[in-house]
Design a protein around this ligand. Structure first.
Ligand code: SF4
Length: 450
């Protein structure tokens, strides 16, 4: 096992990997880590890499050699299952999914599907597009045979079946999270961990946006912890905050996130910089606002003891989108998520709750001034044709001014937005989306629910 030389040398020398775990939308990179990297850069922390292990892990599975190994396993397992006189219900389910995929020629079909997703013309050819979607959905079924049969629901996890991703008891059970993560374990061992070792990182931050990422993130962290014990590991993201907010006994929180040294609860910009500054000066991880340290560093405080801070978003720089591997995504065009606001001024819909506040569904409402949005869009539209407004709420007054400013300036950007009115038509508009071709939502769990 390798020992690590921690890079605490000088300003900006805390080598950091920010990782986006499986499994989620393969059509674009999420912007949470780009926002953090851009913010940290303002404080001199430039040595930050973003690893989109969501797309990396899936692409690892579709390399010809990996397809061959997966199908060989499925064929052998099918023969074993068919030889059983009285298969159990679980074995019957395994056989169902094995028979469903065993005649597929994935070695030819998957590269063709990838080509379609990335090709400007083929992507918009409905017949080719639906065939490509069918192929990758069947591949997810094939991959599920390495974990729990049928565990995937597209690029997400099924919410019914062998485990409950909303249960802290299930998510703290490493036997369950290991099995769920099995389709990507070879990627963890053969690509991710060697990359982390070569990168010589001092800090790994794992950002979880969707609940379906939790078991993969937990398993990934355990692999990193075992191979690189000296690296500091932190978790952040809305499901982590949600766990903190709702877990009945706070002392159980780190039974789930045990492989982390700290978790960031709520917004992460200032908390990440506090951690980087502590590491730079070779100091212990700080108990700063929004940081819940592992009990091995301090006793777990109760909710009221953890100070929650909300950021002054108007001081944010543009996110560092260039750190994402744009050539890898299943999309003919790069499209970016852009968040010119946070929180909501209505802030009462219980279904909206994703953990970013202590006593209401989402966080306090803040939004960029028009000038800042236009300045960002001017810069971003040069590189990214599709800009996806990813917000809880933009005020109607600002939206009208923004639309007029974009038209007046003739910005070269494609827009399509879905607006959902909740409750008071004229009081609140929830901006749900989006500047993406409509069919892309077939692959994107972030948008297909709306
Ligand atoms: S109005 Fe929209 S953003 Fe605000 S609390 Fe309700 S669902 Fe959430």
């Amino acid at each position: 096992m390798r020992r690590y030389s921690l890079h605490y040398g000088g300003l900006g020398m805390v080598k950091t990997a920010l990782i986006y775990p499986p499994i989620s939308d393969p059509t674009s990179g999420y912007h949470s880590l780009c926002c953090l990297a851009g913010y940290a850069r303002q404080f001199g922390f430039e040595d930050i890499d973003i690893i989109d292990s969501n797309i990396d892990s899936w692409l690892y599975t579709v390399a010809p050699e990996q397809i061959g190994r997966t199908m060989q396993y499925i064929n052998e397992r099918t023969a074993q299952l068919q030889a059983l006189e009285q298969p159990t219900p679980i074995e019957q389910m395994e056989l169902f999914y094995a028979l469903k995929v065993q005649d597929m020629n994935f070695v030819e079909a998957l590269p063709a599907a990838l080509h379609t997703f990335r090709h400007e013309t083929e992507f918009f050819d409905y017949r080719m597009y639906t065939s490509a979607v069918e192929t990758v959905m069947l591949w997810m079924d094939a991959l599920s045979l390495k974990g729990f049969p049928g565990q995937f629901k597209g690029f997400s996890l099924a919410t019914t079946g062998f485990f409950n991703i909303f249960s802290s008891l299930d998510m703290r059970d490493t036997r369950i999270t290991e099995v769920i993560s099995q389709p990507f374990t070879d990627y963890f061992r053969n690509e991710l961990i060697p990359g982390i070792i070569i990168g010589d990182y001092s800090l790994v931050g794992i950002s979880i946006t969707y609940v379906a990422q939790i078991p993969f993130a937990l398993s990934m962290a355990q692999h990193i912890r075992r191979s690189c014990p000296e690296i500091r590991i932190i978790f952040g993201g809305t499901p982590v905050s949600d766990y903190w907010k709702y877990i009945l006994n706070k002392t159980d929180f780190y039974a789930v996130f045990d492989s982390a040294d700290a978790c960031i609860i709520g917004e992460g910009e200032s908390a990440l910089v506090s951690i980087l500054q502590a590491l730079k000066h070779n100091k212990p991880l700080p108990a700063s606002p929004n940081i819940a340290l592992h009990p091995r560093y301090q006793a777990v405080p109760d909710t009221s003891a953890l100070e929650i801070k909300y950021e002054d978003i108007c001081s944010f720089p543009a996110p560092e989108y260039s750190k994402l591997p744009w050539e890898k995504y299943l999309s003919p065009f790069p499209f970016i998520y852009y968040s010119p606001s946070r929180g909501c001024y209505w802030n009462r819909c219980t279904f909206c709750d994703y953990g970013l506040n202590t006593d209401s569904p989402t966080s306090p409402w803040r939004q960029y001034p028009l000038d800042k949005i236009m300045e960002d869009l001017r810069t971003l539209a040069v590189t990214y044709k599709y800009i996806y407004f990813s917000v809880d709420v933009l005020s109607p007054a600002l939206l009208l001014k923004l639309a007029a400013a974009i038209l007046e300036e003739g910005l070269d950007m494609e827009r399509r937005s879905g607006w959902r009115n909740t409750g008071r038509l004229n009081a609140v508009i929830c901006c749900i989306k989006a500047d993406v071709p409509p069919s892309r939502s077939d692959l994107n769990p972030a948008t297909n629910g709306y």
